[in-house]
Design a binder for this molecule. Structure first.
Ligand code: HEC
Length: 153
């Protein structure tokens, strides 16, 4: 009986130590914690919507989607993500100027300018996929929206 009590209290002590050590380990943001595929999937959607709103000359809506893309890129840029030895956050930062320029160009309300900037931004998506060894993920100009339930006009 006495032996059992000693074993039990030893176990409780060990468990308490584990809990204590675990609580003291600083929470580091690792690749596993940050699921990059989530903002990427969102951006894929926004790129579709951006294209069809811009093609419909709906400049208010296209500005909205460009802003949504910018928010995703900003979050990635500020999250210290390294993947496949590529500094994803640093690469993401290089897109911010491009997006600022695009935002300015949208105010010109010119479809050709829009398509030009859209193609440049899309090129940046694919550049980063190449740089991070995901060259098989290729974003292209869509021919039909994924979102048939939304009016882009
Ligand atoms: C800073 C680098 C970087 C930029 C910029 C970038 N990507 Fe990615 N993308 C990645 C990485 C890395 C992955 C792989 C994510 C993973 O490992 O889960 C990825 C994965 C994806 C995927 C696959 C996930 C899925 O849901 O099928 C899509 C789609 C995608 N990106 C779209 C885009 C689009 C659209 C843009 C531009 C608006 C973009 N990406 C810009 C680095 C980037």
């Amino acid at each position: 009986m006495k032996i059992n009590k000693i074993i039990l209290s030893t176990w409780l002590l060990v468990i308490a130590m584990f809990i204590y050590i675990e609580a003291r380990i600083p929470a580091e943001k690792t690749e596993e914690d940050y699921e990059l595929a989530v903002p990427m999937g969102r951006m894929q959607n926004y790129m579709d919507k951006l294209y069809f709103s811009g093609s419909a000359k709906n400049w208010a809506l296209s500005s909205f989607y460009l802003h949504e893309i910018e928010e995703q890129i900003e979050e990635i840029a500020h999250s210290d993500i390294i993947e496949n030895e590529a500094d994803i956050s640093l690469l993401a930062k290089t897109l911010l100027d491009q997006i600022d320029l695009f935002e300015e160009e949208i105010t010109k309300k010119n479809q050709d300018v829009f398509i030009h900037e859209y193609t440049n931004l899309m090129g940046k998506c694919n550049d980063c996929h190449i740089a991070s060894k995901h060259e098989y993920i290729k974003i292209k100009i869509p021919s039909k929206s994924m979102f048939e339930n939304q009016d882009f006009n």
